[in-house]
Design a protein around this ligand. Sequence first.
Ligand SMILES: NC(=O)c1ccc[n+]([C@@H]2O[C@H](COP(=O)([O-])OP(=O)(O)OC[C@H]3O[C@@H](n4cnc5c(N)ncnc54)[C@H](O)[C@@H]3O)[C@@H](O)[C@H]2O)c1
Length: 388
Amino acid sequence: MDTNKSISIIGGAGHVGLPLGLAFASKNFNVNLIDINTKSLSLIKTGKMPFYEVGAKKVLKNCLKKKKLSFSKNIKTIEKSKFIIICIGTPINQNLKPQTKKFFSFFKNLSKFVNKKQIIVIRSSVYPGVVDKIFKQYKEINQNISYCPERIVQSKALVELKKLPQIVSAKNIKSLLESKKLFSKICKKILIAEVKEAEMCKLFSNANRYINFSIANQFYSICKKHNMNYSKVREIMMHGYERNFNLLKAGFTAGPCLLKDTMQLNSFFKNNFKIGHSAMQVNEGMINIVIDEIKKIKNYNKKKYGILGIAFKAETDDTRDSLSLKLYSKLKKMKLKINFSDEYYKDKMNLNKNELVKKSNVLIIGAPHKAYSRLKIPKNKILIDIWD
Ligand SMILES: NC(=O)c1ccc[n+]([C@@H]2O[C@H](COP(=O)([O-])OP(=O)(O)OC[C@H]3O[C@@H](n4cnc5c(N)ncnc54)[C@H](O)[C@@H]3O)[C@@H](O)[C@H]2O)c1
């Protein structure tokens, strides 16, 4: 086997690791997917995606057929690979602080199996300074450390990997050149940056998006308080007026990345990232707007409720940090009768959308999956739709 074409991806069954592995395997790399989630690995082995990803099923089947994928839960199997790409999660804790300790202890364990020649590519979104710290930890072990952040939008990784410029940064020339060469096999354009710049680019990108959504959500809440339609106001504002073209639609701004990375930045800035903090309050507060709407309904506690879409956004099955799911839990706590339906998320409690409409007096759009635009909601039902 050509070792130059061998890659181990740690976190290889995850939302970032798996599509990346498929992209490299499609370019004839031998990809070893390493993950502690053996359930997901077993699914992948049999050609099934553990989550929804546009176009991935076909690519996976092809890669399996060509025998370009191997699987392991054992980190020792990195031995055979030239490249080791780290795609494990970098969550924040309940106090919205980054759990960097876990990430460092992962690297401590990894150090037992790494050799001096291998190229270590960190792809997870990290707290600024983390890459430098690992580099120092690895002084005697391996100096070929690069940071190449992932910037895809979830569920469209395979589409976007080809299109988006890839930021490549590294701690030495060897890893910079090797990482550049590696990513140029799957991406069109490479952008070189300093490691700290790359760390910031990633967090700023997510914070920028998160804040932009919060502006729309804040405008929505102002309109709501004054019985106005934000969508209509937005449309008028944007009509023939380019300076407003960046104004987004309102909705539940959630998921595993935007809030998390905005809070990583807040921690890094010693809790002084005021605009990020306010964005968090506005975005997370959107479920209270829905609850206020519910409380306005006559005999609201006797009605039957249905949430259409429980995923964190449209056209995904991912419910991580979903505001729709948080809303569901809150309404349950209020002892309201509530069911849900989702087009992608698989769960035994998931009802068919038409059945949910039939069963409910009040329908709430939790995630605006395309399928709901064709759904007929009878006039005698109440619809709460912050996405419009
Ligand atoms: N999801 C996205 O769209 C997205 C986009 C850009 C960047 N990111 C960043 O990429 C990183 C991964 O995110 P994700 O969404 O893929 O998370 P994920 O939870 O889907 O995947 C992480 C995978 O790592 C595995 N894992 C965790 N610890 C491990 C260990 N010690 N050894 C082997 N496997 C281990 C998990 O089992 C999981 O399958 C995060 O830092 C995230 O912020 C995510």
